[in-house]
Ligand binder design. Structure first.
Ligand code: 2F8
Ligand code: CA
Length: 303
């Protein structure tokens, strides 16, 4: 098609050239002169020859152009073919890569699905284990609390057991003592009246050896009870630590007293108290502690 277009163009050029005057002088000539020359056979031959040469030259030029165009087209076709082949190869490569990527993506999707499923399972397992662990920790804390409580209860029980055991032993000992002859129970105490005489301190030591002490009188009833023994005897009252500051053997101060008339009168010479005038309610007398008298011990039954 390109070639045909060139040919028609060349024909048009040729037609135009054939109408062109051969020199400028020709243009200056009048139409009449032109008409006379055109009618000459020599000039017609010359014009024909020039036209032929021009046509030949044009043909050569046309041929050269055609050859150039053909070469150019061929080169262009070659390039286009090469580009097409290259594009085909690239397309093939891209197709292969696309297939490979698609397969890779499918594999990755499958792996991803598996991982998601495993992750879900693992999460469920983890939550289950965490719940079990929380339960175990809670139970462990409860057991620790129970153990601590039991340990405390056990320690308290052991302490109570030791205390009760001690009390039992003391009660047994006191029971053995009370089982001996000479003990008389009055209200909340048991009393032992000696059958021999001793100093105030020796008398006290004897009472203490029995787990008791000299008698403490802290009520009128007890005073009357003591007088009832009708014995000149030591009681648990002394001012040895300070003249006139009479105290009972348990350390309590003497508040109520049953001194006989004009007693106590021994000042620093008589620092221990006894029951002397037992026929009357106020029977107490102060006496030298080294004096030897009977004595009376008192054991409290509910100390
Ligand atoms: O009872 C009165 C008085 O009797 C004696 O003194 C004479 C006593 N002393 C002795 O027995 C050593 C006094 O303590 C007592 O006050
Ligand atoms: Ca006295």
């Amino acid at each position: 098609m390109f070639f045909h277009k060139d040919q028609s163009e060349m024909s048009a050029v040729y037609n135009e050239i054939s109408t062109i005057p051969f020199s400028s002088e020709d243009n200056l000539e009048s139409n009449s002169e032109k008409d006379s020359k055109a009618s000459s056979p020599a000039s017609g031959f010359q014009r024909c020859r020039v036209s032929t040469v021009i046509l030949g030259l044009l043909a050569v030029v046309q041929l050269a152009v055609i050859i150039c165009l053909a070469l150019h087209i061929e080169a262009n076709n070659k390039n286009v073919t090469e580009e097409k082949d290259e594009l085909k190869r690239a397309l093939n490569d891209s197709s292969l890569q696309l297939n490979s990527l698609t397969q890779g993506n499918d594999k990755l999707k499958k792996i991803n699905s598996e991982i998601v499923a495993r992750s879900k399972n693992l999460t469920e397992d983890r939550n289950e284990l965490k719940a079990k662990l929380d339960d175990l920790v809670s139970r462990q804390n409860t057991m620790i609390e129970e153990r601590d409580n039991l340990t405390r209860i056990n320690a308290d029980t052991q302490t109570s057991c030791r205390r009760i055991s001690l009390e039992r032993d003391q009660l047994r000992e006191r029971l053995n003592i009370l089982a001996q002859p000479g003990w008389i129970i009055f209200r909340q105490s048991a009393y032992y009246m000696s059958s021999t005489t001793k100093t105030w301190q020796e008398s006290r030591d004897h009472c203490r050896s029995l787990g008791t002490d000299l008698m403490i009188i802290n009520s009128k009833e007890e005073q009357v009870f003591a007088n009832g023994f009708k014995k000149y005897m030591w009681i648990g009252l002394t001012d040895s630590e300070g003249e006139g500051r009479w105290k009972w053997v348990d350390g309590t101060p003497m508040n109520t007293n049953y001194w006989s008339e004009n007693e106590p009168n021994g000042k620093t010479e008589e620092n221990c108290a006894d029951i002397k005038s037992f026929e009357i309610e106020s029977s107490w007398n102060d006496e030298s502690c080294s004096h030897k008298l009977n004595w009376i011990c008192e054991m409290k039954l509910n100390p």
